[in-house]
Design a protein. Structure first.
Length: 473
């Protein structure tokens, strides 16, 4: 009889081709997602070695990082930045050369890599999923093992459909109880990172468990797993359940008929056994989690919206210099209330929060209201063409535009300064993205990570506000 295993143990064992004496293992990859930034050199390597991709039907490509979110009618030729245009064109050329399926720039299925694969049913429970992007952890929401890889690994997977890995430790984060008003998956994961830090998950795969986690929608679970990497983890996971099953059923590339029934029977085993042992565990009460906002330049520099920028005497041991540097960069003072921070821009989007649930939340909060006069720009960027079409079918675009938001075409947009959407030096932005590093959203830009609800409310009020209060909702 097998000893009790964690979900991660099961996923690893299902796809371990060979265990090597040095501790590494060869892992089979079920789905490889490719975008324009991390693939060019990998394809060059294939061509130089006269190799072909091992299994093209396991690959899906789409441009997302460098694509413009306006004026898409001209296609690739309309991308004004030379580097961006070359990268998108190179992906297009490589996909044609190697017969790789692609959702190209003006395909209505195009979008952010970690949005398009789940919505198409290309990400399925039990899969190993890789992409040349750190936030591939997103796919763990489906009880799949999603791992971000580097360019050399992209080439290795293209050529062999396998990846050399070392097995990670098992880390469990359990959140019991029910989430309060205005508290979302984004708040949960920001709270967790503020408690454990950005290095706690190093060398680990995080499995999120507990009533508060299982109550989340698949969109919420994707947000949660997306930011597991910000806690230092290699991947994030949530067990398969009825919520997972309902989301996957009927997707374009999901199994159907008898194959569906067989698949579900297997997927129901994708959960940690009752007595499985984790190497590390953290436990939290959902009642302690308030709407969160980052004040600094690391995802661990986060407090509740009704708190203040930390006082110098309260800074973590050994991190005081880094925290004070972050305050200076952000233009904030110790003890300053978070609600006193005025904003210049608001961004709703990224692989963390650009799905239809997120856009519905924003539209609901801003309906009949107006973006504050001090907000120079409020962007809503859907995660894919299908999300954009669904939002427009529901009239959400009209609500957003009437409130003063800009409604854009899909792409990574202002999550990172690799395209035309970016901050200017000194500007404060409430952002639903995943990283608040110095200049992440533009040189000298100041990022405050928040949930879609918090971003929507901030846009209307012109500053950070508490969405748990009735007056804001």
């Amino acid at each position: 009889m097998n000893s009790p295993r964690t979900l991660y143990d099961k996923l690893w064992e299902r796809r371990c081709v060979k265990q090597n004496e040095d501790g590494t293992a060869l892992i089979y990859i079920d789905r490889h997602i490719v975008h324009e930034v991390s693939s060019a050199q990998a394809f060059e390597g294939l061509q130089a070695a006269n190799r072909r991709p091992w299994r093209t039907d396991a690959i899906i490509a789409t441009p997302d990082h460098n694509v413009p979110t306006t004026d898409r009618d001209k296609g690739i030729a309309g991308i004004t930045d030379d580097t961006s245009r070359i990268q998108v064109q190179t992906l297009d050329d490589n996909c044609k050369t190697f017969s790789i399926p692609q959702f190209a720039l003006n395909d209505n299925r195009q979008g952010i890599v970690h949005v398009i694969a789940p919505e198409q049913g290309l990400t399925l429970p039990g899969m190993t999923v890789v992409c040349g992007d750190s936030h591939t952890a997103t796919h763990g929401a489906f009880a799949a093992l999603g791992v971000g890889i580097g360019t050399s690994e992209v080439e290795h997977v293209l050529a062999t459909q396998c990846l050399i890995q070392r097995k990670a430790k098992n880390l469990r984060i359990d959140v019991s109880g029910k989430l309060g008003v205005g508290v979302t998956a984004k708040d949960v994961v920001l709270y967790i990172i503020s408690q454990i830090g950005t290095a706690a998950g190093t060398g680990c795969t995080i499995e999120f468990t507990g009533e508060a986690i299982y109550s989340l929608s698949m969109e919420g679970r994707m947000t949660l797993c997306n930011m597991a990497i910000e806690a230092g983890a290699r991947a994030g996971l949530v067990a398969f359940d009825a919520t997972t099953e309902a989301y996957v059923k009927g997707r374009r590339y999901a199994p159907s008929g008898q194959d569906w029934d067989k698949a579900v029977a297997i997927w129901r085993e994708l959960k940690s056994d009752k007595d499985a042992v984790f190497d590390i565990e953290y436990h939290y009460d959902a009642a302690d989690i308030r709407p969160q906002v980052s004040w600094g330049t690391s995802p661990e520099m986060v407090v509740a919206i009704d708190a203040t920028v930390p006082l110098v005497e309260n800074l973590p041991a050994g991190k005081s210099a880094d925290y004070q540097k972050a305050m200076q960069y952000m233009g904030l003072e110790p003890g300053q209330s978070m609600t006193s921070i005025k904003l210049d821009r608001v961004f709703v989007g990224s692989c963390t929060n650009s799905r239809i649930e997120d856009i519905r939340t924003v539209a609901k909060l801003v309906k009949g209201k107006q973006v504050a006069a001090n907000i120079k720009q409020a962007l809503v960027v859907p995660g894919s063409g299908l999300v954009k079409a669904q939002a427009e079918k529901e009239g959400l675009d009209t609500i957003l535009i009437e409130a003063g938001f800009e409604w854009r075409s899909p792409g990574c947009s202002m999550c990172l300064a690799m395209n035309a959407d970016r901050l200017f030096s000194g500007e404060h932005c409430a952002s639903t993205s995943n990283r608040n590093f110095e200049s992440r959203q533009g040189s000298g830009g100041r990022t405050h990570l928040v949930s879609p609800a918090m971003a929507a409310a901030a846009a209307i009020h012109g500053h950070l506000v508490d969405v748990s209060k009735e007056s804001v909702l």
